[in-house]
Ligand binder design. Structure first.
Ligand code: SAM
Length: 223
């Protein structure tokens, strides 16, 4: 089957994590849609790929999606990438995939880097069943989302900014109890990669002592 839209995961910190297939597809497609064309240009330059690029991000995807569908209907093959990881996972992607599927186009997502899987597996918490919660809302709806997870018995995976890490751990402790096992993975696949495991109380004590930097995934054990 001829694919018209490829969803291509890109490294979350270590360029060695790009797959051979991702490189081939990026070389073969007609156009690359990138969340930030400057970020993707660096990746493409590194691998010696030169390709027309359009920007495709949360602020323009609603305006451009129909035009993109038409381009694919007219025979262009498109690859969507985000700044890091798998498009559609806390990144733009869902809208384009939904509309492409609706239009009867052939869509394929390549397997590849994403932050949630290594964080989950590294946590040492059960990973046979889990739920991915992505980013919690920053204000409105945050408490309700957490309340709804009170009785969740699967391992839970959250994306969070380093500036809100301690606040989030404190909120988790209030809802799930200070003794609940959890882990914080920081800077996965980068030089200062670190995974800290412990109870929510232990993690709060550890991360309250200084400034937290880098990208973060929090994993919390189920009930
Ligand atoms: N599409 C990406 C994926 O597949 O994981 C996620 C993009 S989202 C905008 C960015 C968030 O992912 C960060 O705030 C952090 O929670 C998580 N993340 C991305 N890269 C990471 C890394 N190297 N280490 C830890 N967390 C990371």
């Amino acid at each position: 089957m001829n694919i018209q839209l490829y969803i291509v995961p890109t490294p979350i910190g270590n360029l060695e994590d790009i797959t051979l297939r991702a490189l081939r597809i990026l070389k073969e497609v007609d156009v690359i849609l990138a969340e930030d064309t400057r970020t993707t240009a660096k990746l493409l330059n590194h691998f010696g790929i030169s390709k027309p690029m359009f920007s495709h991000h949360l602020h323009n995807e609603h305006q451009t999606v129909q035009k993109l569908i038409e381009r694919m209907q007219n025979g262009e093959v498109i690859a969507l990438v985000s700044d890091a990881g798998t498009p559609g996972i806390s990144d733009p992607g869902f809208l384009l995939v939904r509309e492409a599927v609706k239009a009867g186009l052939a869509v394929q997502c390549l397997p590849g880097p994403t932050a949630l899987v290594p964080a989950l597996v590294n946590s040492g918490l059960p990973c046979d069943r889990f739920c991915f919660e992505g980013f919690l809302p920053q204000k409105k709806g945050r408490k309700t989302r957490l309340e709804n997870l009170k009785d969740e018995d699967r391992t839970m995976v959250f994306y969070e900014s380093p500036f809100r890490l301690v606040k989030a751990l404190q909120e988790f402790s209030d809802i799930f109890g200070p003794g609940r096992q959890a882990s914080v993975s920081r800077e996965l696949s980068k030089i200062y990669e670190e995974t800290r495991r412990g109870t929510l109380q232990e993690l709060i004590s550890h991360f309250s002592t200084g400034t937290v930097k880098g990208e973060i995934v929090i994993v919390v054990g189920g009930k």
